[in-house]
Design a binder for this molecule. Structure first.
Ligand code: CA
Length: 705
């Protein structure tokens, strides 16, 4: 309590001192000593180390049970709230889906301004995993956001007016930005996504004041010519790890998109980049093996360190050589100093999708240790002599279907982990679910569309089978000792895909869940001390801050963020209208309340009865799985944001259905599949969906009103 009060005094001093400079007057010096301002949360991971640890302890294990809602702010769209809010001197800057930026009074939730970059809705068709956004950077009175359509925009923090805007990608290709920019060295760093569709990844650095491009580092080599970019110095080294003449990577660009972790290390003066998966996923299609030639495909699935001022390569560690399972290394990167075998080591800690927890030396990218935080069937461990995984030979699905853990959802994904400096533990949202991988025997590169080089079995229609599959997957909050590479405790959460974590000096860990519970745990034991019903998936990184001596804890709740993941498995099958995302903020003794839960049941027309053969239904199921399931839900069950096709009016009419598949609703974000889905394929898909709809209709009729 005393610490918080003392810091409140300082915050007031800071306010008056910074008055003439205006809001969000964040500088390199302030960010470098962010630990001296625990009341603020000035950058994505709170400090440059991105440990997401707060020294605030007004809220602690003794009183957390008295936490109540202080305020709730309704955002303008229902989907995909994935952001970590930023709070500087009493103002919160936060984003929603469609890259919309909101500035709010951090004590009341009063809206100060909103900036909508008006992302064309058809860009949603290029987003693998919803149209979310993970937050802003603030620097020198400006707020920076990367937009889904690949722009980087600087806003005046006072009123949200645009200061400059620049296009960071070739917008004719399926690039997206969902990650938060980072600010350091007078530069704004931003990456991009799109590897599932077919793009080449890179990170760019822009002058914070002018928006001019300063440098760019490509994460895969250009097979044709140098790029005149910072990465040219390692082009030959990277090229030596790819098939130089054959493979889909020559068209797709190879992937390696850096869509989340970009972390500035002010202790070793390095910018750390987490690099994504290959494009296509399937290495045999992406870059076929050549006898005697290395085929690791640098720098896919690697952590790469570059000079923050020039982008010049420093070192790298590749976590999944020859990536073939969508095992990104984009997950949040955390910097720390650990006592290891009697020595202080500056380390980077990383829990990528592949299921290992890596401790890496920040001086030279050397591997210090690797532990297993989830069941892995692709590798049995990491060979400490070579730093390479010890692979299970069958995992690469060269000889047929392989069922592999982790899945493309990862043992850990973008949901931020945190570390307590009091317990020394890292708190990680972990999940276990399997994926079947089969090489696509008929692969053709489809520009702008899903290009993974794999096919996956349709989800069986039978509800009991679905339930059995669901019961094989689960998520848990894991407290991990990074020095011993050992579990300290875990809390089972049932469904996978749970939210990021926050650790505080009150010995608390905060985390949200897929089913909308926002919880506080004892950081030492995992005992649950508090829970609030946020009424929607609570995914992003929670934060804490203080204003006027009062500590607050903030969380975001929304539909979306891979809502389709659990839907087909019956975890979520909401027969109700989606509601807008919310920022929910808590304090001791808070007495606000959320509006009553929206239980409006969606109407359902009787689905058409289509006489289709088993062969047609199977053709439709395969087509649905290949082209529709990523957005409309596994097994034709939507999670409630994009239309559940079983309820779609277009299901009633073959012509309307076909026209929709063939581009009639492109402006709303429904891709035009004319090139890939024939009219007869579309009708087979309609038969499959109608069949699924009959089962749903029967259930709805039987359900009490
Ligand atoms: Ca991916």
């Amino acid at each position: 309590m005393r610490i918080a009060a003392a810091w409140a005094g300082l915050a007031l001093l800071a306010l008056s001192a910074c008055g003439p400079m205006g809001p969000a007057a964040v500088t390199e010096a302030r960010l470098a000593s962010a630990d001296n301002e625990p009341g603020n949360w000035m950058s994505h991971g709170r400090t440059y180390s991105e440990e997401r640890y707060s020294q605030l302890d007004e809220i602690n294990t003794e009183n957390v049970g008295q936490l109540g809602l202080a305020w709730s702010y309704e955002m303008r769209v229902p989907r995909g709230a994935e952001a970590t809010p930023i709070v500087v001197d009493g103002v919160m800057y936060v984003t929603s889906a469609w890259s919309i930026v909101y500035a709010l009074d951090a004590t009341t939730g009063e809206e100060l301004w909103v900036f909508d970059p008006d992302v064309p809705r058809e860009r949603g068709a290029s987003a693998c995993c919803d149209v979310g956004n993970r937050g802003v950077a603030v620097w020198n009175g400006k707020v920076y956001v990367g937009t889904l359509d690949g722009r980087l925009i600087a806003l005046n923090a006072r009123d949200g007016a645009k200061v400059w805007e620049t296009i960071t990608v070739d917008q004719s290709r399926p690039y997206t930005i969902t990650g938060a920019p980072r600010a350091a060295r007078g530069l704004i760093y931003i990456g991009n996504g799109g590897a599932e569709f077919g793009v080449r990844g890179y990170v760019s650095a822009y002058d914070a004041e002018s928006g001019e491009l300063r440098w760019r580092f490509y994460t895969t080599p250009n097979p044709r010519e140098p790029d005149n970019a910072a990465s040219d110095s390692v082009r030959d080294a990277a090229l030596a790890t790819w098939n130089p003449t054959t493979g889909a990577w020559l068209e797709s660009g190879g992937g390696g998109t850096a869509w989340d972790a970009i972390v500035y290390d002010n202790e070793t003066d390095t910018l750390w980049i987490g690099v994504g998966n290959g494009s296509p996923w399937n290495r045999d299609i992406r870059s076929p093996n050549v006898e005697g030639r290395n085929n690791d495909n640098l720098y896919l699935s690697s952590v790469v360190g570059v000079d923050p001022d020039t982008g010049a390569y420093k070192c790298h560690y590749q976590e999944t050589p020859g990536e073939t399972w969508d095992y990104t290394a984009t997950q949040p990167i955390m910097l720390s100093t650990l006592q290891i075998e009697g020595r202080e080591r500056r380390v980077l800690m990383h829990a990528p999708k592949n299921g290992f927890f890596y401790v890496i030396d920040r001086e030279n990218c050397g591997l210090i240790s690797a532990g297993s935080i989830a069941t892995q069937t692709w590798a049995s461990g990491v060979d400490m002599a070579t730093g390479r995984p010890i692979e299970n030979a069958d995992a690469r699905y060269a000889a047929g279907t392989a069922i592999v853990l982790p899945s493309p959802f990862g043992a850990h994904n973008w949901h931020p982990m945190s570390m307590s400096r009091r317990t020394g533990l890292v708190y990680i949202p972990v999940q276990e679910l399997a994926q079947d991988y089969t090489a696509d025997p008929a692969f053709v590169y489809r520009p702008g569309r899903w290009n993974t080089g794999t096919v996956h079995a349709p989800l069986p229609s039978d509800r009991a089978t679905r339930a059995a599959i669901r019961n094989t997957m689960h998520g848990y909050l894991l407290a991990w000792d990074p020095v011993a590479q050992r579990e300290a405790w875990r809390v089972e959460l049932g469904a996978p895909w749970n939210g990021g974590t926050l650790a505080t000096a009150g010995d608390l860990v905060f985390q949200g869940t897929l089913d909308g519970r926002f919880r506080a745990y004892n950081a030492r034991t995992g005992e649950q001390l508090w829970e609030y019903d946020n009424q929607a998936a609570t995914m992003g990184g929670p934060i804490t801050y203080s204003v006027g001596g009062d500590q607050y804890v903030a969380s975001l709740a929304s539909y979306g963020t891979l809502w389709f993941l659990p839907a087909g498995f019956g975890v979520a099958d909401p027969p109700r209208e989606p509601v807008n995302a919310r920022v929910n903020v808590f304090r001791i003794g808070g007495t606000a309340s959320l509006p009553p839960r929206n239980l409006v049941r969606l109407p359902m027309e009787r689905p058409p009865t289509l006489r289709a053969s088993q062969a047609t239904l199977a053709q439709g199921a395969a087509g649905y799985t290949a082209f529709c399931s990523v957005c409309h839900g596994t097994g034709a069950v939507s999670g409630g944001v994009l239309p559940d096709l079983r309820r779609a009016p277009s299901l009633q009419d073959a012509n309307v259905w076909r026209d929709t598949v063939h581009g009639a609703r492109a402006a709303n974000g429904m891709p035009d599949f004319t090139q890939w889905v024939t009219a007869s394929d579309a009708e087979a898909i309609r038969a499959y969906v109608a069949n699924e709809a009959q089962a749903l209709y029967a259930e709805e009729q039987a359900r009490p009103q």
